[in-house]
Design a protein around this ligand. Structure first.
Ligand code: PEP
Length: 253
């Protein structure tokens, strides 16, 4: 169960608009409590400065990365570059990458596999259904398919070693103020664990993979979410742009 240490992550997306504001946000963050993983995903240009000024114990991730390792791919950022800067995580398959930038399950899987070639990188793989899919009763099949395709070719050992965290983010709850109820989130997390159990013969896989909930998480909602047996943390967008709110979410977990 130690394998499922709570993990609280803040996804800053395309914010804040300047380095000074980014450093002010960072300076407001509390050191990480020793019994949880605290992680922030700042925009890439700020990474160098953020890494120098991190509150104790707080870890850093990139919001996406290339599926190419090196070469003539203008504008891309390779996993090895991130790893060499002591970036520990890469967020992959966020719904904004899927819907606004056209990333398919197979694109996302290629990035997952490229990241896992770097021994010191971990991946947060996002999955989740849209409102239309939810209303059509497709939650289980969408989440199952995105998990299977996203993890295609990932070894059981990498999963047991905690190298992949899954973030369940119902698209209808991202940035909308609508939160899945703790029971709805728990249900979706069970679907993901069942998929892991079906994909990997070793029961250790489904039991050891951490699954975060994401979608309008606020200081007021974190404790009830975390009380669910299969919710191991949260991926926080909007509320991570306010240091006091993010600190309160970490504290409330
Ligand atoms: C997200 O984008 O990962 C997210 C969960 O955003 P928000 O908390 O703003 O809904």
């Amino acid at each position: 169960l130690d394998a499922r240490r709570p993990i609280l992550a803040g996804n800053w997306k395309l914010n804040p608009k300047s380095r000074d504001e980014a450093l002010a946000l960072l300076n407001g963050l509390s050191p990480s409590p020793s019994d949880v993983d605290v992680l922030i995903f700042p925009p890439l240009p700020y990474l160098g400065d953020v890494l120098k000024a991190l509150p104790a114990g707080v870890q850093v991730g990139a919001q996406t990365c290339s599926n190419y390792e090196e070469g003539a791919f203008t504008g891309e950022v390779a996993p090895s570059m991130l790893a060499s800067m002591n970036v520990g995580y890469v967020l992959l398959g966020h719904s904004e990458r899927r819907t606004l930038f056209g990333e398919t399950d197979s694109d996302i899987n290629a990035r997952v596999l490229t990241c896992l070639k770097e021994p010191n990188l971990k991946v947060v793989l996002c999955v989740g259904e849209t409102l239309d899919e939810y209303e059509a009763g497709l939650l289980n099949s969408i989440v199952d398919t995105q998990t299977r395709k996203g993890l295609s070719g990932v070894s059981a050992q990498d999963l047991i070693n905690g190298r992949v965290v899954i973030a369940y983010e119902p698209v209808w709850a991202i940035g909308t103020g609508l939160t899945a109820t703790p029971e709805q989130a728990q249900n979706a997390h069970t679907v993901i664990r069942n998929t892991l159990a079906a994909m990997y013969p070793s029961t250790a896989v489904a039991e050891s993979v951490r699954i975060q909930y994401g979608g309008s998480v606020k200081p007021e909602s974190i404790a009830d979410l975390m009380s669910q047996p299969d919710i191991d943390g949260a991926l926080v967008g909007g509320a991570s742009l306010d240091a006091a709110s993010f600190n309160a979410i970490v504290g409330g977990a």
